[in-house]
Design a protein around this ligand. Structure first.
Ligand code: NAG
Length: 139
């Protein structure tokens, strides 16, 4: 599986479809250099709420998982989910929680990690392919 995935990653890199700063084995088990990300993926005793599926191999700590579910000043980035002047629906908020956990915890994003100049992170995900079902669910 690992070798197969390496081959896939290599083919994408060789064809210029992605411009990841990583290569080889590390591309499949890596944390980006972000505000709350761990240096390397590893197990956590527990991950809060929606983040729990990542607990065996995670880029987030339990504390980050908890912050990912909070709002405003108490949240991971001080973002207010109701900033449009209307309370965000519970269903929409659930999607945000899932997306936040994916962003903070996934160790599988190597092919899409690129460097970025930012006040709060040195890397980001770029050109991540989405399933159509994901887009439909967001809407
Ligand atoms: C994970 O975080 C939650 C929320 O802060 C806390 O209640 C729980 O005890 C934590 N679990 C571990 C194992 O640290």
């Amino acid at each position: 599986m690992i070798n197969y995935m390496n081959l896939i990653a290599w083919v994408f890199v060789a064809s210029g479809q992605v411009t990841s700063v990583l290569s080889g084995e590390e591309i499949l088990n890596v944390c980006m250099d972000g505000k709350h990300h761990k240096a390397t993926p590893g197990p956590e005793a527990e991950l809060f709420g929606t983040c729990s599926p990542w607990k065996d191999r995670s880029c987030c700590t339990n504390e980050t998982a908890f912050l990912s579910h909070q709002d405003g000043e108490e949240g991971a980035y001080g973002f207010n989910y109701d900033h449009c002047g209307q309370k965000m629906s519970d269903k929409c908020r659930q999607r945000f929680n899932e997306d936040n956990c994916f962003y903070e915890c996934s160790p599988n994003m190597g092919p899409w990690i690129v460097d970025v100049q930012s006040s709060y992170r040195n890397q980001k995900f770029e050109d991540v392919p989405l399933c159509m079902s994901e887009c439909v669910d967001w809407w």
